[in-house]
Structures are given as structure tokens and as C-alpha cells.
Design a protein around this ligand. Structure first.
Ligand SMILES: Nc1ncnc2c1ncn2[C@@H]1O[C@H](COP(=O)(O)OP(=O)(O)OP(=O)(O)O)[C@@H](O)[C@H]1O
Length: 861
């Protein structure tokens, strides 16, 4: 069977992750070989090729490749000068058959949106240029590819708009020369730069838009003329430089609103032969060293990648060691579908070089690339990034406005508020960096049937601490096991580490698939869970938080709230009904008369209150999967350990009915400040099948025998060391102060009592009537007015929160934005009306109290 027909699988048949495809082509004898009476030492059967050592005919080496082309014999030259098989169906592989196998596949890949690379490797004069570019009528892969590309563009012009850009460069002595910019050769060559997204690229390389194959051919001719060539003893046309043609194909599918972009790299490598003492001068040696550097590095990169492919641990792939490998990074082990054509002479005098070429090709065969269509991921990434950007910008501007409002009086802060939060920028940077890694992890998971999905999230994007200050944002990866609906949150570091292990597992899997028995280590299929980089033990997950502000406690006013539990990125996770109930130390709720006008009255006194978690409603976590549960975690004041409500499972609106009694035995100014300026952050924790409940750690927690949590110990008398016989001098002074305060308090209470009596007497015509309803004192009236005000402030605050969260949809067009602005104005109007209403009610109440007080003093006087 003709070898060229043996392997007819097209390059486009490659899976998105596959090994570099390798083809070998054997050329006819050249004049020198014929003159030297050379004999062929290469034979080909199907896709396997055997080479014989001319000094030891028994010594043979066989290799098997994806494609093998016999172009050595059995050909004739037709009238047009084309080399064709001597007889129809003959074994000679002509330019057309090579293009059909390799070129068509590359073209299809490019049209699908994959990057593609074609490398020609071999000894000088072995037929690299013939295969890549061709001579005369025997057009090679590149011109044929361009012909077909423009033909395909014409055929598909109804469905897509296409743009083709052409660049051509040469790497010579580790310097990059733009072959399309004659005359602008700067001595150091063009710079190779690196960008996060783009990888390595040549700065300032001329990129010419093309719309026809003849135009490309013209540019190629121009480039070839410019190309540095140096005659060697082996071949008058041989080149000692690497030539790289880059065809960029941009396709716009207007109907689907997507674009696809693919790069086709066509690389004609310099001759692979070792530097020989061939009458070269000093310059030639330098040339040789540099060429060796690029090819040696290419060899090293290929070896390392081949090692990786068989599961060996490779610490470093030396892409950066040469210009060539920098520019070919994506073609070797990256996002590209790559084909290498290794060309060789079958002549006995070329034995060493041909064997070395075959070995090189053998290693290249093992390289595994991971090509992705540059449409969906890129489009999605851009879309996601844009959406994220819009969200972050909105948040930034909101923060800026809030910052400006809050810091009106401090010019320093208001200046700072216009600055971008550096933590946000860092997160942005991480986000962009991790996106392709996440895409790769997803692809590996899919191919290995792991059923695990990775998604980037910004942790704490919408969350704030107990003072309402924004928490530092960081990037996290949400990992979801699709089948069992288990979720994990991985830190950036953990993900990067795991991604490395995933790659190892993936490469192992590929090696197993290819039936490589020499693979060391465990089979990916039998990977135990603790060794599986896609697996982790299930654990509770922080779903979101809600803030219950404590200010009302400083006035001993009860508070009942419907709190919105916000997820890390601002999504509503649930509504939580919670209460703060000031109470006696036995847990009985305090009455209206216990409301304080001045919170400092609490100083030094005991304060008891209960935190009540009543019910959770509309739990998104449970709605998504019923086999889940939740718990609420919270911590107060100085406590380092959170307390948790008991777990509730399988219910979207579970009753929590959880009540915790806290007490401050001796309220300090610090606690008072805390109550007036802080919130208790209620954390909603998601439980999943197989994970254990969160348990409150009571270590270091002071509790009374009645189960009351002490948030602040008793005053200095109690905190004095138990074993000290005599209290210290300052403690004694404080004790005296306390006693004095106590007696002042007692006399004040008495006075208060007698004043109430007098008031009642005045109101009831001098009779002191016991048991009848008594009119409240001014203080109590004032406290009540204050309570009404606080309650109204609760709904004002809710309105403010609604305003803060209200944002236009990411896809908003002009009409959508107008609707958003209208709605925003309405919300603002409601908010200011409510605020004004609350303040004016308070003002009226206070005025009425003052008026009544005056009237009463009139009565008394
Ligand atoms: N498959 C082939 N069929 C017919 N002639 C071939 C074939 N391959 C190569 N040749 C001839 O061999 C000679 C050398 O080939 P070519 O110039 O392609 O070598 P090369 O490897 O590109 O060398 P260099 O490293 O100098 O670029 C050319 O004259 C070419 O026409």
C-alpha cells in the first residue's frame, strides 16, 4: 500500500487535546548524492519507517509516525513541471497529497477558530522549503493553504466576514528580522515581548491585511528576497535562519454576534545538522552557535514536553531560553493544533542526520497540546470580564460617593475616594490571569469525566465587616461537583496548585489512552480520592452575610428586622428574620419605661439582651438542591469564636427559633461604642451532604450557670486577682467611686419616684390615685418618641439598602438605562420622603413634649 495513503486521518480530526501530529517525508536524491553514488538506507511501510546503518546493515531502527510520505522515487515530471506519481495511485507522495493531509486539516482548524502551527524540521537540503513553500509549479503547503483559505472565505461570505493578516519574520542569530520591512533592519532586531494574555509576541512586526492569495504570494516573494541566506557547502540555497509566517484569521459572524480569531504559524526551521567545520569563518561559527541555541532549546522543550506526556515530573520547560521557543510556546504544549513535518534524505551519506531527525520527530510526537476554539472562551471571557468590570466600576463609584459623603470634613479622605481601591485592581489582575487556567481546568475535568466545574468568583465583593467597612476582595474559585451538587471554594493558591496536579493527572490519562505501558504511578481511573486533584472532602460553605445593627441596644430598645442575606457577589441568598431583645437577667423582655435616652446611663451597669434568629426564608442554597442544610454563625464584641445555630436541613424556609442570651455585667465605654457603631454579622453557612455541622466552640467563653453568654465581665472589683488579699490602691478608689455612684443612683431613683407622685397628684386634682393609668413622665414620652423614630429608621435603612443594590442590568441598552434612571429617581424620592417624614415626626413629638413640660411647670408653679 502506498505509504502516503496509509495514514489518511486529517489533521482536523485531532481532538481539542491531542499530541503534536508528526509527518515524515523522504525526498529524492539530489545531484550531489547521485554523483556520490549514494544508496537509499530508508524504507517505508505504511506509516512506519526503517533506517539502516550503512556501516552495519544489521542495525536498523524503526519509527512510526502519524503520516509518512514517500517522495523519493516513483515520480515523473508532467508537462507543466509538476512532480506527480509515475502511475496513477503510485506510492510517490506529491505536494497535493501532503496538502490534503496536513494543509486541509490546518485550514479547517483555523476556520473553526483554533490556532494551528506547522513546523518543518530537517537537515539542510532535506526538503523543508520544498514542502512548506515549494518551487515553481510545485507549490508547497503555504501557498496552497492561502489559495484554499481565500477560496473558503469566498464560499462562506454569506455567513461571516473575514480578515486575513500576513506577517513574515526570520530568526537569525537570536535576532528577529521583519521580512516585510526591508530597510528598517535595526542592528539588534525586533524585540520579543511578553504579555499576560497574548503570550510572547514580536513588537512592531509588520502585519499586512490581505484579501487574495496572489497578494500573499507576492508578500512571500518579497519576504524570501529579504531573507538572510548564506551558502554552505551542502546546499547553495540552504538557510541558516528560521523563517516564520504568521497568518491571522479574524472571522465575524454577525448573526451569532461572535468573532473567532486564529493564528496559523508556518515555520520553516533552519537546517538541523550539527555545526561542521566547513570552511566557515568566525561569523559562521557565531551563526552556528545561535542556530544551535534555538534548535537545541527547541529540542530541550520538546524533550521536556515529551517527559511531561509520560507522567515524569518536569520542573521547568525552557521556552524562554531562545527566541524561537518563546514564539512557538503556544504551538508546543499550548493552545494550538500543531503538525510537524520532518524531512530527510534517504542517502547513506546522510545517515547520522536522518537518524537524528527521526529521533527528534519521535519525541515531538509525544507533545500534548490543548487547543481551544478562540471563540467561545474568548467571547465568554470578554463578556464576563465586561460584566465584572461594570459591576466593579459601579461599586467603585458607589464607594467613591459614599467615601466622599462620609468624609466631607476630611479633605484627605475625599481626595482618596476618587482613587481606585488597590485591592480591586489586584483582584482584576488575578481574574484575568486565572481565567484561561479555569477554562483549561474545566476542559480537563470534562475530558477526564470528573463532572466538576470551576468558576471564578470575587470573594467579599459585596460584603462588609461589623462596622460596615468593605472587606478586602480576593479571587476565589468556586468548584461544583455537578452530579451531587457539592460545592467548594478554593483560594487562588489552592487552585493554582491543584491545576498543576490536574495537568499531571491529565497527561497520565493521555499516556494511558495511548497505551503507553511505561507510565509510572497510578492509573487516573483508579486514582484514590485523596490523590485526585479534582476532589476534596465536603465542608460547610459561607453563603453570605447579613448585618443586624446593634445601636438600639444602647437605648435598650428592641429591634425586629427582616434582613437580606447577601452573597459574596451581592446576590440575595435568603431573608433572615432576627430580633434584638433587651431583657432582664432572667430573660424577660424590658418594657418601654426601661428605654434609655442617654446610652451613657448604661456605663458600669449590667446589660442583658437576647439575639433571636427566628426564621430563614427563600434559601437559594436549598432551592438549588434539597439535600442541603444551613446554619447561622455569629460572633459578638470580643469573642473570637463564632456561635452557631443548630443545623436545619432540606427546607427552603426553615424555622430556626434560636435564642441566645448575652450579658454585659459591667458595661464599659468600649462596649457602648461598639453597640453604637457596629452590627452583628450573621453568617449564613451552607451544609452539604456528607459534611458535619458547625459546632460552637465554647473554649474561652464565659457563661453563667443559666447559660447566659458574658460579653463583658464584671467591673474592676471582680477582675482583681482572686488570690490578692488586699485590693490595690487604684481598685480601692474605684470601689469607693462605685459605692458613691450607687448611693447617688438610689437617691435619684427616690427623687424620680416622688416626682412621679407629684405629677400624678397635679394631673388628678391633687389626689394621688394608685392603680389608675399614670401619665408618662417627659423622659418616658421622649423615649417613646425616640423608639418610634428608631423603628421608622429601620425602614429608612432598608430603603437605603435597596437603593444601594439597585443597578442597571448588564445588558441594558439606552431604553433599559432610562428605565433604570426613572426607577432610581423613584426610589430616591421614596427614600427622602421617608427620611423627612421620620425626622419631622420626631421634631413634632419633641416639640409636643417640650410644650407639655412647659404647661406642667406652669401648673406646678
Ligand atoms: N519531495 C520532493 N520532491 C522533489 N524534490 C524535492 C523534494 N523535496 C526536496 N526536493 C528538492 O531538494 C532540494 C532541497 O530542498 P529544499 O530547498 O526544500 O531543502 P531545505 O531543507 O529547505 O533546505 P534549507 O535548509 O536550505 O532551506 C530542492 O532542490 C528541492 O527541489
Amino acid at each position: 500500500m502506498p505509504a502516503c495513503c496509509a495514514m489518511r486521518a486529517k489533521a482536523s480530526d485531532m481532538h481539542s487535546k491531542d499530541c503534536v501530529k508528526v509527518a515524515v517525508r523522504v525526498r529524492p536524491f539530489n545531484k550531489r548524492e547521485r554523483d556520490a553514488g549514494s544508496r537509499s538506507i530508508v524504507s517505508m511501510v505504511s506509516s512506519s519507517i526503517t533506517i539502516q546503518d550503512p556501516r552495519d546493515p544489521q542495525s536498523r531502527r524503526s519509527f512510526c509516525f502519524d503520516y509518512a510520505y514517500w517522495s523519493h522515487s516513483g515520480f515523473a515530471r508532467d508537462r507543466g513541471g509538476l512532480y506527480v506519481p509515475e502511475e496513477p495511485g503510485g506510492r510517490y507522495a506529491d505536494q497535493d497529497s501532503v496538502f490534503q493531509d496536513l494543509g486541509e486539516g490546518i485550514l479547517e482548524n483555523a476556520l473553526q477558530g483554533y490556532n494551528a502551527t506547522l513546523l518543518a524540521y530537517g537537515q539542510t537540503g532535506s526538503g523543508k522549503s520544498y514542502s512548506m513553500v515549494g518551487y515553481g509549479p510545485n507549490k508547497g503547503l503555504v501557498p496552497k493553504l492561502c489559495d484554499r483559505l481565500f477560496q473558503a472565505i469566498r464560499e462562506n461570505q454569506d455567513t461571516r466576514q473575514c480578515q486575513v493578516f500576513f506577517s513574515m519574520l526570520e530568526i537569525y542569530n537570536e535576532q528577529v528580522v521583519d521580512l516585510l520591512s526591508r530597510g528598517s533592519r535595526n542592528p539588534g532586531g525586533l524585540r520579543v515581548r511578553e504579555e499576560q494574555q497574548r503570550g510572547f509576541y514580536v513588537e512592531g512586526l509588520r502585519t499586512v491585511p490581505c484579501d487574495s492569495a496572489p497578494q500573499v504570494e507576492q508578500l512571500m516573494e518579497q519576504g524570501t528576497r529579504t531573507r538572510t541566506t548564506a551558502a554552505t557547502h551542502m546546499n547553495a540555497n540552504s538557510s541558516r535562519s528560521h523563517m516564520l509566517i504568521i497568518l491571522q484569521l479574524k472571522q465575524i459572524f454577525s448573526k451569532e454576534s461572535i468573532t473567532k480569531q486564529s493564528n496559523i504559524n508556518l515555520v520553516d526551521l533552519a537546517g538541523s545538522e550539527r555545526q561542521r567545520s566547513s570552511g566557515s569563518e568566525a561569523d559562521r561559527l557565531k551563526e552556528g552557535t545561535a542556530i544551535n541555541l534555538s534548535l537545541t532549546t527547541l529540542g530541550n522543550v520538546i524533550s521536556s514536553l515529551a517527559d511531561v506526556a509520560v507522567g515524569k515530573k518536569v520542573v521547568h520547560i525552557p521556552y524562554r531560553d531562545s527566541v524561537l521557543t518563546k514564539l512557538l510556546q503556544s504551538a508546543l504544549g499550548g493552545n494550538s493544533r500543531t503538525v510537524m513535518i520532518a524531512t530527510l534524505s534517504p542517502a547513506d551519506i546522510c545517515y547520522e542526520e536522518s537518524l537524528s531527525t527521526l529521533r527528534y520527530a519521535e519525541r515531538a510526537k509525544r507533545i500534548q497540546n490543548r487547543a481551544v476554539v478562540n471563540e467561545s472562551p474568548t467571547e465568554r471571557l470578554v463578556k464576563e470580564l465586561k460584566a465584572e468590570n461594570a459591576r466593579l466600576l459601579q461599586r467603585l463609584s458607589r464607594l467613591g460617593q459614599e467615601g466622599r459623603r462620609a468624609n466631607d470634613e476630611t479633605s484627605e479622605s475625599s481626595a482618596g475616594s476618587s482613587q481606585t481601591d488597590p485591592s480591586l485592581l489586584a483582584v482584576f489582575y488575578d481574574y484575568i490571569k486565572l481565567m484561561p487556567m479555569v477554562a483549561e481546568a474545566n476542559q480537563m475535568s470534562q475530558e477526564l469525566n470528573k463532572g466538576v466545574e470551576f468558576k471564578l468568583e470575587i470573594k467579599n465583593l459585596a460584603l462588609s465587616d461589623s462596622k460596615g467597612h468593605d472587606l478586602e476582595k480576593e479571587i476565589a474559585v468556586r468548584v461544583t461537583c455537578m452530579g451531587r451538587k457539592q460545592v467548594w471554594m478554593w483560594s487562588k493558591a489552592k487552585f493554582v496548585n491543584r491545576k498543576f496536579l490536574m495537568e499531571e493527572a491529565y497527561q497520565q490519562h493521555q499516556a494511558e489512552k495511548n497505551g503507553d505501558n511505561k507510565v509510572e504511578g497510578l492509573s487516573t481511573a483508579a486514582l484514590p480520592r485523596d490523590k485526585d486533584p479534582f476532589w476534596d472532602p465536603v465542608e460547610p460553605l459561607l453563603l453570605g452575610t447579613a448585618h443586624l445593627w446593634l445601636q438600639s441596644l444602647a437605648f435598650r430598645i428592641p429591634l425586629e428586622e427582616q434582613l437580606e442575606v447577601l452573597g459574596s457577589e451581592g446576590t440575595e441568598e435568603a431573608i433572615l428574620q432576627a430580633q434584638l431583645v433587651p431583657c432582664t437577667f432572667t430573660g424577660l423582655p424590658l418594657g418601654e419605661d426601661d428605654i434609655l435616652i442617654d446610652p451613657s446611663e448604661l456605663l458600669g451597669r449590667r446589660l442583658d439582651f437576647q439575639l433571636v434568629l427566628e426564621q430563614c426564608c427563600g434559601l437559594r442554597w436549598i432551592r438549588e438542591a434539597r439535600n442541603r442544610g444551613v446554619q447561622i454563625g455569629f460572633r459578638l464584641f470580643d469573642s473570637s469564636q463564632p456561635l452557631y445555630s443548630p443545623a436545619v436541613w432540606h427546607n427552603v424556609n426553615p424555622l430556626l427559633d434560636h435564642r441566645v442570651h448575652f450579658a454585659s455585667l459591667h458595661t464599659s465605654q468600649r462596649l457602648l461604642d461598639y453597640l453604637q457603631s457596629s452590627a452583628v454579622v450573621l453568617e449564613l453557612w451552607g451544609l452539604q451532604e456528607g459534611c458535619t455541622d458547625l459546632i460552637s466552640s465554647l473554649e474561652g467563653v464565659r457563661m453563667t450557670t443559666e447559660g447566659i453568654f458574658i460579653i463583658e465581665e464584671a467591673g474592676p472589683t471582680h477582675t482583681a486577682p482572686v488570690d490578692s488579699a488586699e485590693p490595690s490602691c487604684s481598685v480601692r478608689v474605684l470601689q469607693q467611686d462605685l459605692e458613691e455612684l450607687k448611693s447617688v443612683n438610689t437617691s435619684l431613683r427616690k427623687e424620680n419616684h416622688s416626682l412621679r407622685e407629684q405629677l400624678n397628684a397635679a394631673r388628678n386634682g391633687g389626689d394621688s390615685v394608685r392603680g389608675r393609668s399614670v401619665r408618662p413622665s417627659c423622659d418616658a414620652e421622649f423615649a417613646r418618641a425616640l423608639k418610634v423614630f428608631y423603628h421608622s429608621m429601620t425602614s429608612v435603612r432598608a430603603q437605603l439598602q435597596r437603593l444601594r443594590r439597585h443597578r442597571p442590568s448588564e445588558e441594558s441598552d439606552l431604553l433599559g438605562l432610562r428605565l433604570f434612571v426613572d426607577e432610581q429617581s423613584r426610589l430616591l424620592r421614596d427614600f427622602s420622603e421617608q427620611l423627612e417624614q421620620s425626622v419631622s415626626t420626631l421634631k413634632q413629638d419633641v416639640a409636643a413634649i417640650v410644650r407639655r413640660k412647659r404647661e406642667r411647670s406652669g401648673i406646678w408653679s
